[in-house]
Structures are given as structure tokens and as C-alpha cells.
Write a protein that binds this ligand. Structure first.
Ligand SMILES: [Zn+2]
Length: 230
């Protein structure tokens, strides 16, 4: 497939919009997100991807899916819980190493070292998501600690772009995320899941310095609301 530009927009926390031949929104936590500028009403998406059940990741997924008549792709047990809430929606349930292909967007679930609950219920395993579109590959790690199988994720899917949490407390901090970059070998790493709430205050420049002194990957520290053509 011909390689095209991907536009990556960060809405703060773990919420990214990825636009190429399709528009994807990942972990659409907008309402109640203290740093997000985008309103859930303004989101235009063809596919909604949710990594796990925590409120700061599911966010406005149901609202956006309904408004855009767009499918949600997420981990199996969370998919069931979301379906209970909104039976009319198209919700794709995938599990580790499993994929769905929706109009040219391939989404594959990979492990994340974290937990998952939704609406007070256990929501199965959390995931990271590999997203392939227009011949490009991006890895959204979800919320995760660092783990050795990130090396396999790097070798298997060869993501060019890795979106990695660095906030600490619930996920990797800059030190662990820099180690993750060494294992994943992306061309570009973008930090996320920091400076949204007091427990996850971090300086992303620490991550940038650690990565760029130790590997060939380039770190783009994005501003909330910023668009990047990659
Ligand atoms: Zn979480």
C-alpha cells in the first residue's frame, strides 16, 4: 500500500485522533478531562478505539460512536459491558494478537500491564492497540507498566510511531517509558498520560532526553490540541 501521511492530534491524556484515509479516535476522554480543549460534540470519527475500561479512557466513546454511527473496537469483556449500555452500537471485541479490519483500518490488540474495570465492574484485560492504516503502523500502548514483551511487539508489528504513557503512579514514568522505546524501536515516540491530574505530573523533556541519548528514536513532545503530520 502506498505510504501516506498520518495526522496525529493529541487531546491530552491518552486521547489521540489519527487521520489518514480514515479518522480514528483513541481513548476519547474529553468531557471531564481538565486539559482537553476539544468537545465530544465536535469529534468526527470513523472508528473509535478504547484500550481499557477506566473512565479516563472510555470517556465519551459511547456518545461519539452514537453521534458518528461509528464502530468501537476494544477488549472482549469491555466490549460486552459497553454493549449492555448501548445495544444499538457496533462494538468489535478483540483479544491479544487478534485483529479486526474496518474499512482499511486494521486494529490488533496487544498486552498491557495494567488493570481494567468499567462502571464498577471488572472489565477483563487491558490492552494496547496496534493500528495499521495507509501502510503506516502506530502503537498506542494504553496504560501500562514496562514489560519485556514490548520487544516482541516491536519485532512483530514494527510500529513507526509509539504513543507511550509517562505519567508514573498508574503507568510507566519517563525512565520506564525510555526503556520501552529501546524495546519497541519506533522512529517516533510521543509521550502521553501525564500532567492531566496531580499524581501524574512529569516533565516530558526528561523522557525526550533519556530516549534521544540512548536510541535513534525521535521524541515529539506534543502540546494539547496540537496536530502533527508524520
Ligand atoms: Zn487505566
Amino acid at each position: 500500500m502506498e505510504e501516506k501521511k498520518l495526522n496525529v492530534k493529541w487531546n491530552g491524556h491518552a486521547c489521540f485522533e489519527i487521520s489518514g484515509s480514515r479518522r480514528i479516535i483513541i481513548d476519547p476522554f474529553l468531557e471531564g478531562n481538565p486539559v482537553a480543549q476539544k468537545k465530544k460534540e465536535d469529534v468526527q470519527a470513523d472508528v473509535i478505539v478504547v484500550t481499557h475500561g477506566h473512565g479516563d479512557h472510555v470517556g465519551d466513546a459511547l456518545f461519539i460512536a452514537k453521534k458518528n454511527k461509528a464502530p468501537i473496537v476494544t477488549m472482549v469483556e469491555l466490549a460486552w459491558l459497553l454493549k449492555e449500555k448501548e445495544e444499538s452500537l457496533e462494538i468489535h471485541d478483540i483479544n491479544f494478537s487478534g485483529s479486526v479490519n474496518i474499512n482499511g483500518v486494521k486494529i490488533t490488540a496487544v498486552p498491557a500491564l495494567h488493570s481494567s474495570s468499567y462502571d464498577g465492574k471488572y472489565a477483563g484485560n487491558p490492552g494496547g492497540m496496534i493500528i495499521e492504516m495507509d501502510g503506516r503502523t502506530l502503537y498506542h500502548a494504553g496504560d501500562t507498566g514496562v514489560f519485556m514483551d514490548m520487544e516482541l511487539i516491536g519485532k512483530m508489528y514494527k510500529p513507526e510511531i509509539a504513543l507511550l504513557p509517562i505519567g508514573g503512579h498508574y503507568t510507566m514514568s519517563p525512565a520506564e517509558a525510555a526503556r520501552a522505546v529501546e524495546m519497541i524501536h519506533p522512529k517516533v515516540a510521543i509521550p502521553m498520560h501525564y500532567n492531566t491530574f496531580p499524581p501524574i505530573q512529569q516533565n516530558p523533556e526528561v523522557f525526550k532526553t533519556l530516549v534521544e541519548s540512548g536510541s535513534k528514536a525521535k521524541v515529539h513532545v506534543m502540546k494539547v490540541g496540537q496536530n502533527l503530520d508524520l
